[in-house]
Design a protein around this ligand. Sequence first.
Ligand SMILES: [Zn+2]
Length: 495
Amino acid sequence: MDSRFYITTPIYYVNDRPHIGHAYTTFAADALARWRRARDENVLFTTGVDENSQKTVDAAAKTGEDLRAYTDRLAELWESTWKQLGISNTDFIRTTEDRHTAVVNDIWTRIDAAGDLYRSRYEGWYCKGHEAFLSEDELTPDGLCPDHRVKPELVSEENYFFRLSKYRQPLLDFYAAHADFVAPANRFREVAAFVEAGLEDISFSRERKEGRAEWGIPVPGDSHQAIYVWADALVNYISAIGLEGWEEHPADVHAVGKDILRFHAVIWPAMLMSAGLPLPGQVIANGFLTVDGVKMSKSLGNGVDPLDLAARYGGGAAGIDAVRYFLLREVPYGQDGDFSEAKMKERYNGDLANGLGNFAARVLALAEKETAARGFLAPPISGADREFANVLADLERAVDAKMGELRFHDALASVWAAIAFGDRYVNEKKAWEIADDAARNETLFNLVTLLSGIATVLVPFLPGTAQKIAYAIERSGDGTLKARKIEALFPRMAQ
Ligand SMILES: [Zn+2]
């Protein structure tokens, strides 16, 4: 059986530093990757950077650095940020790598051989910030890009066009046969309606000229043209595993933000159909993340750095897990969400310090005392406590089901319901004052087992915390347990 699972994040532009919006998309992909790995699947998980764009050239020009030195520095910054955030990617792809250029050339050649590329004159309003042409009706009344607030450049030139219009019906047929191709479902309906309304051919190249598109991958056989962003960037998903690897097992999941969903759910499958290659299993799209109600943008400088944020919440694995927890718990996947320090602090103190942290501290302290006195915690002789076993079994089932539906926030709510059950159990049984040795020992065995089960289902969400809990619990071959106290998982933050 093919137990491979291939998941990707977008490749991010190197014109900016990672902010929590990028981190959110990446954490969601990482949670899925870790969840699959926990089910013994062989997970390939790629992320990377898109360097071949005009934005890169502009950003490098602003810093005064040599273009190559600039991209090397930024690629390193992105790669090390993900590493410090504990992202479990198995590869990091740069679009300036030879392995990428080679595959982009192959795909272009295949699409050309299919008769899907032709030359034509292109004229349009080109917004550098979007790296896309905007139609007249997308501009503000005074002719500005609504997002970037600048007047786009009127560009007229001869380009290669991709016959996207030809793939309208094949795409609709594909969507009809693959009900889960895009998630969440409301986004799939938007994509299908967009395709249904008719597709126009799109420009797939740019003239290579001074100051614009000198950078980038030349069109095979025509060095006066550079392959345009999507025809280049999307191909990274193949470059990472090679053409044969993709033919054998294409991506199972592309995790993206909703702003680039259309490119992934319309242009990309059309390109693959044209190139005679298999299509990905699913494209999942998260909503926008605002900061205090305002969209994050480079021009506003309101992007929140995920590492700075983690450092403010205790740093290390705890700080990172706090950021992961907030984003995956606070925002239902697919919907737009908002970050604010106040909400983050509330989640941190309420759910992490008082909830999980307090429960783990209580259980492990009692268990350590018991272990010191009796040597170990033994399972109930009469068999497992039924209510108890049911809570754990239900929790595992609920988390699995909700992960499968991308309901990360609901999966976490289930975990916190189990923590609340554990807290009640400690209080109701008055675990600390049970006089009968065997009864007290069994009660603590149950509680440590619950905590251990909670740590297991938390691996995709709070990997560092799950590991700390797991280290505190020692299991013997005869079914007994030992446990020891640990430092506070999430020290309370001052209000
Ligand atoms: Zn724009």
